[in-house]
Ligand binder design. Structure first.
Ligand code: SF4
Length: 293
């Protein structure tokens, strides 16, 4: 695997591993034994600042984790990304965003868009199955607080046969809240993914991309799909507009012959522990603690 120095970066989206700590223990977690492992330190704000300032182009800086809100310096990190001229966003399980105060602090720090994981839709039973926690109430509160704080939510949903029925009620809730908080014109998105059989994962069915497109067309009605994402031609990801007006994205995490999902991506990079930039999944596949191989 070749890692680039930040000044030679070619990736559009760079994920930053904010912390390896998380307060949840989901059935699907690509980090395997890296999760809550003290061997892996939180990101160093000063080193992040140096690396981001060297990037030659404006990038999407995605704070991920385990759970980025578990890093007490998250607001400072977001500020660093903004001040270096990039677009910060984050992926979260949403538990801390059940506090409106926290959501407003995130907005003030510079987060305008985030990915919120809602694998159970609106149902506790489905969260118990996928995320080992009956947390529907907290997740729905987090979604509503995004709207209240005027942060655009992109809702992430890992699709398995058991939770397919949750998609339409979840999409309806998103639309209802967007209307209530007058954010219908913003690019609010439902992002559906299959199970990636890496790290810890649920022993269930991994949908291929054509199956997920078919399932969503069956649920929502016909829509056209586009495999060009942010100017990149993708084979595992497509974007579309659902007949109800909601934007959508489908990603297929089926593994290739080398056991890697989305190998060779020119779009998804990660800041490594050495503060270099590497292809996202290739990087994790080489760490034995992820248990990918
Ligand atoms: S999938 Fe995300 S929320 Fe779940 S345990 Fe892993 S890091 Fe935490």
């Amino acid at each position: 695997m070749i890692a680039l120095q930040p000044e030679n970066n070619t990736f559009k989206t760079i994920s930053v591993q904010t912390t390896y700590k998380c307060q949840m223990s989901c059935a699907n977690c690509y980090l395997g034994d890296m999760l809550n492992n003290d061997k892996y330190a939180d990101i160093d704000p000063d080193k992040l600042n140096v690396a981001l300032k060297k990037l030659p182009n404006r990038c999407d800086i995605r704070f991920i984790g385990a759970e980025p809100t578990m890093n007490p310096h998250l607001f400072e990190l977001v500020n660093i990304a903004r001040n270096a001229g990039h677009r910060p966003s984050m992926l979260t399980n949403g538990l801390k965003l059940r506090s409106l105060k926290y959501a407003l602090q995130l907005k003030n720090a510079g987060i305008n868009m985030l990915g919120l994981s809602m694998n159970g839709g609106l149902e506790d039973d489905m969260y118990e199955l996928l995320d080992n926690s009956r947390c529907a109430k907290q997740k729905i509160a987090a979604l509503e607080n995004c709207f209240k704080a005027r942060i655009i939510p992109h809702v992430n949903f890992i699709l398995i046969p058991d939770n397919a029925h949750c998609l339409v009620p979840l999409a309806n809730k998103m639309i209802e809240l967007a209307k209530e908080y007058k954010m219908s014109k913003y690019p609010i998105m439902l992002r559906v993914k299959s199970v990636g059989e890496v790290g810890n994962y649920l022993d269930t069915y991994t949908y291929r991309i054509d199956e997920m497109i078919g399932l969503l067309r069956h649920s929502f009605g016909w829509f056209d799909v586009n495999f060009e994402v942010n100017g990149y031609n993708e084979k595992n990801t497509c974007v579309f507009k659902l007949p109800n007006g909601l934007l959508g994205k489908i990603t297929d995490w089926t593994l290739d012959d080398d056991g890697i999902p989305d190998s060779g991506s020119k779009r998804r990079g990660i800041l490594t522990d050495e503060y270099e930039i590497a292809p996202f999944f290739e990087y994790y596949s080489q760490n034995e603690d992820t248990k990918w191989k």
